[in-house]
Design a binder for this molecule. Structure first.
Ligand SMILES: NC(=O)C1=CN([C@@H]2O[C@H](COP(=O)(O)OP(=O)(O)OC[C@H]3O[C@@H](n4cnc5c(N)ncnc54)[C@H](O)[C@@H]3O)[C@@H](O)[C@H]2O)C=CC1
Ligand SMILES: O=C(O)[C@H]1O[C@H](OP(=O)(O)OP(=O)(O)OC[C@H]2O[C@@H](n3ccc(=O)[nH]c3=O)[C@H](O)[C@@H]2O)[C@H](O)[C@@H](O)[C@@H]1O
Length: 435
């Protein structure tokens, strides 16, 4: 199949390269010239494990190209829309201007019988409105939401848990289904479930999945709050309830909570859209999910103050981890970066480090101080905080690290260190939700 992918960010660049890996002819199109220049040189414009190798391979095969020129989409049979849908400034709702611009930009190049397949996460009702425009150009529209996780993006794209196709109810829906089946044929042949449905259900599946994941995380973080006032241990609690197959242990890691370019903005946009549709009561619980999540950040700052003897003023704090999660350089709505900024605002002198996210963090918070290594960050520190559970931080040797710090106090923001080991090495250990 000849494919275009409009928007080459965390989702689109991986989708484009993965589609070429599946044997399709792909052009990735983006308005960001620097991003396209990097991709044209087979360089990943962000950190994603395996992406540099995949780009190298796909571009060498001649099946993958990148451009800023929308007319390059003219040859394609299927166009994936993968542009951003960020939160509107000062509002909860999603900003659809990039989706609308991408589709409007594509309209003059749509061939009769070609398919526009939306992958961006959008408020329910978006696809139906776009379908009118697309059909007026003789093309078809499908909504094919994406469920990949950053850090596992390639594996999730090539072998997802399921495919969801939101299709038009007329005959063109069947043609669109056949085109998507052809694209994803390899994964479908291995038995990956495929749900075909209407536009609205497909759009809702995506936001419902993210709302559920966010709720699961906030549930365990609410339990962490109760553990903190009772002396109980939320990690043992999670292990114990997680053995119940109906509950499951995944996404029950208590700590600093969820961030990133998706879960926070998606639950807010979902609430906003439900409000517009008169169903706001159905989702008021998501307000609480959001509040529990934000309270964890404040609690981490409180723990830092506590281990610093009651005041952060003039205290030297090492922040290890800035990305919203390990194996990513993404700092969008990053809980750790938010905590680092709050500590600095409250008078601490913060030295931040991260294996991959420093350039993005510096762009967002130029006022913070960044150092490349853990050794530099912790040197003479009054407290260290592990806020993103990168493998290299989980594997820190507390006996060795204690020789570098001023005061041996650690706040484990992700419940990723062994309290017994750290205390035995002489550290004062504090965590979110465990004694
Ligand atoms: N990042 C992720 O893990 C996932 C993201 N999503 C959804 O996918 C969408 C994209 O997310 P990300 O890739 O994270 O965002 P991103 O911000 O990394 O990438 C969006 C890209 O679209 C480009 N763009 C904007 N307007 C354009 C236009 N008119 N024409 C061509 N390119 C244009 C931007 O320059 C940017 O490179 C969002 O709706 C998000 O919710 C869904 C699943 C996973
Ligand atoms: O719509 C999206 O963009 C994507 O959002 C999430 O993927 P992602 O944001 O890459 O990261 P997750 O692994 O879901 O983690 C999100 C946040 O939750 C936090 N988290 C996760 C799991 C957990 O148990 N506890 C916890 O605090 C992570 O630290 C991170 O800050 C979903 O997992 C994907 O399925 C979805 O496609």
């Amino acid at each position: 199949m000849r494919i275009s992918v409009i928007g080459c960010g965390y989702l689109g660049a991986v989708h484009a390269a993965s589609m070429a890996e599946l044997g399709h002819e792909v052009v990735g199109i983006d308005v960001d010239e620097a991003k396209i220049a990097a991709l044209q040189a087979a360089q990943a414009p962000f950190f994603e494990p395996g992406l540099p190798e995949l780009l190298e391979r796909s571009m060498a095969s001649g099946r993958l190209q990148f451009t800023t020129d929308m007319s390059a989409a003219a040859e394609a049979d299927v166009h994936f829309i993968a542009v951003g849908t960020p939160q509107k400034k000062g509002e909860n709702a999603a900003d659809l201007r990039y989706v609308n611009a991408a589709v409007d930009g594509l309209l003059p190049y749509l061939k009769e019988g070609s398919l526009v397949a939306g992958k961006s996460t959008v408020p329910v009702g978006t696809a139906r409105a776009l379908a009118e425009k697309v059909e007026a150009s003789g093309a078809m529209l499908a909504w094919n939401p994406e469920f990949l996780r950053e850090g596992f993006a390639i594996e999730d794209t090539l072998t997802p848990d399921r495919f969801v196709y939101g299709l038009s109810k007329d005959a063109s829906g069947e043609t669109a289904r056949a085109m998507l089946d052809e694209i994803y044929g390899k994964a479908l042949a291995t038995g990956t479930p495929r749900i075909t449905t209407d536009y609205e259900t497909a759009e809702l599946v995506k936001v419902a999945a993210n709302a559920f994941l966010a709720t699961k995380i906030s549930f365990i973080n609410a339990m962490a709050e109760v553990c903190e006032v009772t002396g109980a241990d939320v990690t043992q609690l999670a292990d114990a309830i997680g053995h119940d197959a109906r509950i499951g242990r995944r996404f029950l890691n208590a700590g600093l909570g969820f961030g990133g370019g998706c879960l926070p903005k998606d639950i807010r946009a979902f609430m906003a859209r439900a409000g517009e549709l008169g169903a706001d009561q159905a989702l008021t619980f998501l307000r609480e999910v959001d509040s529990i999540n934000m309270r964890r950040r404040a609690r981490a700052v409180d723990l830092a103050r506590e281990v610093c003897g009651g005041s952060l003023l003039g205290k030297k704090i090492a922040v290890l981890g800035l990305a919203f999660k390990p194996d990513s350089d993404d700092v969008r709505d990053s809980p750790s970066l938010n905590v680092a900024a709050q500590l600095e605002l409250q008078g601490a002198s913060v030295l931040c480090t991260d294996p991959e996210a420093i350039p993005n963090a510096r762009r967002r918070f130029p006022e913070l101080t960044y150092v490349e290594t853990v050794e530099e960050a912790v040197s003479g520190a009054d407290a260290i905080m592990v806020l993103t559970e990168w493998k290299q931080y989980r594997q820190l040797d507390p006996s060795q690290l204690i020789t570098k710090v001023g005061t041996p106090a650690v706040v484990d923001g992700r419940n990723c260190l062994d309290p017994i080991e750290w205390r035995a090495a002489g550290w004062r250990y504090r965590a979110l939700g465990r004694p």
